[in-house]
Ligand binder design. Structure first.
Ligand code: HEC
Length: 122
């Protein structure tokens, strides 16, 4: 019993820390932080499509640092792909839909971060 309660407290403390890390940053950093939490396992910590899961996927995650490819997408295309999944933009179903995890405001922040990744300071 006591051990269980301890574990729950530790888990709760970690979740609070994680949430704090997301919300303490300004809006600009929030998109980056959300990307780190939800997207890097496939798209990579550098956003270059080489996440730890990439090797097991039959369709490779988009390299979000590819300026030419990413410039060919509108913000609306990216938003739709994130909210409704790859299938919504005629891409692979291996790109999950995130509408259950992320609200529209958060998705807009992630799109803004994708624009930084692909097309700024390159
Ligand atoms: C389970 C692995 C996985 C995760 C997690 C994942 N993606 Fe993807 N994503 C993919 C794959 C695979 C594709 C390539 C689909 C294709 O080319 O047919 C893709 C494609 C995309 C595209 C479309 C790019 C284009 O070519 O138009 C966007 C935008 C995108 N992902 C953003 C994200 C964001 C933002 C997150 C986090 C919220 C995320 N992805 C999380 C696997 C993933």
């Amino acid at each position: 019993m006591i051990a269980n309660a301890m574990v729950r407290m530790i888990v709760a403390a970690h979740l609070a820390l994680l949430a704090g890390a997301v919300y303490a940053d300004g809006a600009a950093d929030r998109g980056k932080e959300l990307y780190r939490i939800y997207c890097t396992q496939c798209h990579g910590v550098l956003g270059n499509g080489k996440g730890v899961n990439a090797a097991t996927l039959s369709v490779q995650p988009r390299d979000h640092t590819d300026t030419a490819e990413m410039s060919a997408r509108t913000d609306e295309d990216l938003f739709k792909a994130i909210k409704h999944g790859g299938k919504a933009v005629n891409k692979s179903v291996l790109m999950p839909n995130w509408n259950a995890n992320l609200g529209d405001d958060d998705i807009h922040l992630i799109v803004a971060y994708l624009r930084e990744l692909c097309c700024k300071n390159n």
